[in-house]
Write a protein that binds this ligand. Sequence first.
Ligand SMILES: NC(=O)c1ccc[n+]([C@@H]2O[C@H](COP(=O)([O-])OP(=O)(O)OC[C@H]3O[C@@H](n4cnc5c(N)ncnc54)[C@H](O)[C@@H]3O)[C@@H](O)[C@H]2O)c1
Length: 315
Amino acid sequence: MHTNRRILITGGAGFLGSHLCERLLNEGNEVLCIDNFYTGTRRNVAHLLDHPNFELMRHDVTFPLYVEVDEIYNLACPASPIHYQRDPVQTTKTSVHGAINMLGLAKRLNARILQASTSEVYGDPSVHPQPEDYWGNVNPIGIRSCYDEGKRCAETLFFDYHRQHQLHIKVARIFNTYGPRMHPNDGRVVSNFIVQALQGLPITIYGDGSQTRSFCFVSDLIEGFVRLMATDDEVTGPINLGNTGEFTIRELADRVIDLSGSGSELIFKPLPGDDPQQRQPDLSRARSILNWQPSVSLDEGLKATIRYFDTLLSE
Ligand SMILES: NC(=O)c1ccc[n+]([C@@H]2O[C@H](COP(=O)([O-])OP(=O)(O)OC[C@H]3O[C@@H](n4cnc5c(N)ncnc54)[C@H](O)[C@@H]3O)[C@@H](O)[C@H]2O)c1
């Protein structure tokens, strides 16, 4: 597909954003990537800087932005607990003020706007797997609330702009996604395990490792984003995007050790507070509305991610 739209990606120098920039440029679009480099880096988009249709701008989404574009992907927000808990007030501001500023821009331009929301809006869920009409079980005053409630409020704003101003919104609820360009030290389980395995350090498992997670490879997620943005105006979401394959943390550790040829041993530490025991997307809507489902296996995705970290750590 070759199109020629002007597309704004907030948080475009981050993990998911950099892959989205790449994908949309490859389809022949103009991409304006804005980022305040809080967790993202120029390195993630360095290979795009010479592309004639790519522009990188330092900007914080908590301040208004005046540019001319046809579509907006709003990804700006630190995504891992270590990062979003470092400055929780700023995290809420990024989600809430960022959404207000980007929705205001979309309204002025009559542009489509997609929000990168999260499975964290379901909190510690009492329903498995989680369908989009489950309202969630979220602690409003805990240490994760700046992220969870910030993202929930952003969704509220998206739907109010839609109802009040007929804005063309798309809300994606992203479940655990991994791949090249994740941060090496952000405390997320896939990057943690791979870095520990490649450095020959013990692999730390919190709890007994029987808690399960689902892992979506980044290229699958980006395909879901692009399909969602391309839907008819009446499709607003929210739509879950993720992978339904469930693995225990122990299984993940074993796969990483195996695929990286590491001699690391496993060590076990107590579980941190508010850590959900299980989370898995119900992908029925994504299948029926987007005709989408993830296709990259855990082994394939882990191999690509291990290659990336191997290069990064040897630089
Ligand atoms: N990766 C996942 O598994 C996952 C899961 C659920 C939701 N998400 C959402 O997807 C989006 C991207 O996540 P990611 O994994 O790529 O994380 P990331 O931290 O790599 O990317 C976030 C980007 O936003 C930028 N940013 C943060 N605050 C900003 C601000 N105030 N102004 C401008 N830029 C700002 C960061 O510098 C970074 O480049 C986030 O909104 C996140 O909440 C990701």
